[in-house]
Write a protein that binds this ligand. Sequence first.
Ligand code: FES
Ligand code: FE2
Length: 348
Amino acid sequence: MTYVRNAWYVAAWEQDLPADAPAAMSILGEPIVLWRAGEKLVAMEDRCVHRHAPLSLGRCEGASLRCMYHGLRFDADGRCVEIPGQELIPPTARVKTYPALAKHSWVWVWMGDPALADEALVPPAVGYDDPDYILGHGFLDYEAEARLINDNLLDFSHLSYVHAQSFGTGPEFAGSLPRITPLPRGIRYERWLEGTFGAAMRKSDVPLDSWQTYDFLIPGVLLMWSANYPPGTAKALGHSPPEKLDAIAGLNFTSQAVTPTGEGTARYFFSWGPHCKYGDEAMRDGMMALADRAFGEDKTMIEAQQKVIARDPERPVMPTAHDKGVTLFNRLVQRLAAEEAEARAAAA
Ligand code: FES
Ligand SMILES: [Fe+2]
């Protein structure tokens, strides 16, 4: 499966990473150990240069990580700084490191050319440090290609079917098309639903116009805002986006990130919660319970879909009108990946 390498991949929720112990993760099939050298977040190959024990079974010692097989110790640049019982440290005693940083509550790892790792390319998510939102978070491991989860998040018409019970989405959602616009590193999704009564726990007794927008960005990060407005707002605005998020109710944010861990496996990270003006911790907890249920519905469908595809992977899909976002995004992935391959070939 083709994925972009010159991108920041979500490796963990920052708050889930232990303060003084290494953690194992795998991205694009490469085993990675994450650890903190003081303030600095380090990502390196999860393989000791000595006899290839996983460094994720090692021990953090201040600004260094010790392999707990025979005790070799490495600094934040992957350089071996101690070999028990031996004075000389060969220059080859160095573990590969990846550019890594923590931002918006996520730990991001750059999987491509380290010289191109640019912090400006970290998707502008909302994290726990944003005082405006009250978020919960979690993740799910998938026995399916990340690509299939990206496709799912790029076509919300499935809400009317997969999530009819959990989110309470009616058939009108699949019955009309959102506006999809290309972005330099993704696509933007925008839609109004007019005169609805809200879904599931955000049900209202009066009809509302509900606005939903998300950006889906390379390598597979969804940043979504939803909000409710008085009936007639959509029409009054000519169905263009509301200027400000000056909603009357239900303003909330969700971030979702899909990281390919290996061939046919992925980790799906998510957050969800209300704007503090429109909700509280109890609402956040209710939303997270709903998310657990709904994201389980996606997992059941996508893992089953993966099994069907595996029986005959070459058979082409048959896109529909709702696939515009899927098609645009996957074309962008193919183009960026081809450009990366060209740059690698030119450098070789
Ligand atoms: S395998 Fe790491 S010290 Fe021996
Ligand atoms: Fe879904």
